[in-house]
Design a protein around this ligand. Sequence first.
Ligand code: G3P
Ligand code: MG
Length: 248
Amino acid sequence: MSLKLPRIIGHRGAAGYAPENTIESIHTAADMGIEWVELDVKLTKDEVPIIFHDDTLERTTNGSGLVSQTLYEDIKELDCGSWYGESFIGVNIPTLEEVIDILIDRDLGLNLEIKPCKGREKETAEIALDLLSTIWDDHNRLLISSFDHVSLESACDIANDWHRGLLLPEEWPENWQELTKYLQVSTINVNASSITRKQVEDVMDMEKPLLAYTVNDPQQARTLQSWGVDGFFSDTPDLIKEVIISVH
Ligand code: G3P
Ligand code: MG
């Protein structure tokens, strides 16, 4: 299986134009002609995989408390659109299963970021990948990524032949090169705000595609591409697409 990575991946759908990690956000990215989206997955208290970024509900919903302590029947009643804008009142948090149907329907590739709540690193990967394995066929257009090494290790055990991406935070772990090999990742996904040219070169030495998050400034995208960055996660993927040289 060879990974068919695009240059631009819509971040949390197209989070600059619609509430992040929602079906509306996915449709917005697709309507712009974006080929892939990145979405975060975590588990409710009763182990339903939902598309959601934070550990807590406050920032993006009208609820409160920990996602890991909230049942899906309560999560599904929450509004996760009104914080973003009046036109999104009534938008709900989608499940992984719901978004997969939309992604297939809209012919989108997926970077699923495993975003486990503390203590659920293994089961989040297991449950998400188990579900994906029953519905997702196109493994050239699927990338499983995580900052969490236990989640990636589980992904490695469960579906060794699926493509994985290692997410690096601003502070890179000293052993990032070993991790890359141990976790058998296909891509290295770095924080664009702090990356140096030397770090880009170090990743290029590993001969793996380098993806940078989250790039909303076209000038920054141009500079990073000139350094050798292969692809970008963006909340405003249409703007980045305009300035990126798109040869594969
Ligand atoms: O996967 C890229 C990016 O989404 C990682 O950071 O916090 O936006 O999930 P975050
Ligand atoms: Mg993410």
